[in-house]
Design a protein around this ligand. Sequence first.
Ligand SMILES: O=C(O)CCC(=O)C(=O)O
Length: 178
Amino acid sequence: MATHTLDVVLTDAQKKQYWEQGYIVVKNVITHEQVERYKKRATQIAHGDIPPGGEKMIVKDVRVAKGLHKPDDPEKGLWKLLQPDHFDPAFADYPTSKKLLDVVEQILGPDIKCFLTMMIYKPPHLDEVHHPWHQDKMYFNFEPADQIMGTWIALDATDKDNGTMVFIPGSHRQQVEH
Ligand SMILES: O=C(O)CCC(=O)C(=O)O
């Protein structure tokens, strides 16, 4: 039970859906200001304004890293920023965003640790699949699985044609071969 005021209150139906289907959609858990700030800063990083400690946390598209593809815009050559909140103050407030934590707390309880943040790119017009179907649990070497939760926020408008996150409802109850 939360001992503070919740800015987002999940319904019983949402909680039920989370456990039964493995996901829920909750809108507006970070502010427009945060979204714009994160996007602006990521663009600056892509263009070379990299803070100390940031270099090794920038994961380039493998074809770009191997020199096989040269994008017209350096941001289109990025795959991920790993833990950007650790190396750049512009992202530092992300893991403690109040509404985001309110949602997580109502699912998992108040003892929350953020162990990974990623800013993921999905550049357009590249044939290769960057984010194939997978279960995150396969990559996390700790238990119990029902105490691990992923949160995903689209920083650009997204739909089924431009790489939005897609779930198979209920698949969290199956172990899929990778
Ligand atoms: O954005 C996606 O399609 C997948 C993201 C993902 O795997 C993750 O956030 O762990």
